[in-house]
Design a protein around this ligand. Structure first.
Ligand code: SAH
Length: 282
């Protein structure tokens, strides 16, 4: 079977890296795992030796068939193969996780990284954390610090929900077929208490502030929200009330700045916020 590009099939072919991934995931014997994109079981089979149960989700019917066969041949009893598209699957259907939240793991298809992240955010009450491989560039954006060029809407939108940590870099050479970029193993812990600002409002303000990266905060924000009937002077005043210097660039602001700004802007924004430009998804 030829690897399918459309399904992002890049299989792990290096046992040392597979072991390193499992070690760095810090799993417990009692853990339940939901694996996204099981492939031939490159991670699934070794994972099953370390945890209580692995629910292995795979969209490709041919791969599911092969994986089921090797599980049967090896007489492994703690893996369930689920032939499904992770984006269509309701995680509640996999099992009753009310007593114990599973860990999500996977060498995921990179072309749907954002959609998978969105799915996990939407299901965050059901899972404890996720340990996933992302493209190196994307991972850097997820975990960037203020003031860097990678820091942006994606960083803030994921931080609203989770604490994200880069675990280690993975060379492109450990995959077949070899991708054109390196990867990063990333841990996402859904441990953030609700920050008290509604998500849709926060998302709007973050996207607006980053809409023109080269402009300062005042001009970028104003360009995005000018339709709502607020003058530039009013906006400037509002920024200073939120303790934000209007002539800084968006990448200098931290999470707390965006939360304060969202609280200040709330009463000026319409209830059903319409994004006027392209926005970051998560
Ligand atoms: N876990 C294996 C395979 C990783 S490649 C390994 O590490 O080597 C990514 C896998 O995700 C492929 O097997 C691909 O078929 C599967 N996949 C792609 N899109 C998917 C989707 N929407 N839902 C579930 N699995 C998907």
């Amino acid at each position: 079977m030829r690897p399918k590009k459309a399904l992002g099939q890049h299989f792990l072919v290096d046992k040392n890296i597979i072991n390193k991934i499992i070690k760095n995931a810090c799993l417990k014997e009692d853990d339940l795992i939901i694996e996204i994109g099981a492939g031939h079981g490159e991670l699934t089979l070794p994972l099953s030796e370390h945890v209580r149960h692995v629910f292995a989700i795979e969209k490709d019917a041919g791969l599911c068939y092969k994986l089921k066969k090797s599980i049967k041949d090896k007489k492994i009893t703690n893996i369930t193969v689920i032939k499904e598209d992770i984006l269509k699957l309701d995680l509640k259907e996999i099992g009753d996780f009310s007593k114990e939240k599973p860990v999500v793991m996977g060498n995921i298809p990179y072309n749907i990284s954002s959609l998978i992240l969105k799915k996990l955010v939407e299901s965050k009450e059901l899972i404890s954390r996720a340990v996933l491989m992302f493209q190196w560039e994307y991972a850097k954006r997820l975990t960037a610090s203020p003031g860097t060029k990678e820091y942006g809407a994606l960083t803030l939108l994921i931080s609203y929900h989770a604490t994200v940590k880069n675990l280690f870099q993975i060379s492109r050479n450990v995959f077949y077929p070899k991708p054109s970029v390196d990867s990063m193993l990333v841990e996402i812990r859904f441990d953030r208490p609700h920050p008290g600002i509604e998500e849709h409002l926060f998302r709007y303000v973050v996207n607006a502030t980053f809409s023109h990266r080269r402009k300062n905060i005042l001009n970028s924000l104003f360009a995005y929200i000018r339709g709502i009937g607020i003058s530039k002077e009013q906006l400037k005043k509002l920024l200073s009330e939120a303790d934000i210097t209007p002539n800084l660039r968006a990448e200098m602001l931290e999470m707390d700045d965006f939360l304060r700004l969202s609280a200040k802007l709330k009463k000026y924004l319409p209830k059903n916020l319409i994004h006027t430009q392209q926005t970051e998804q998560v």
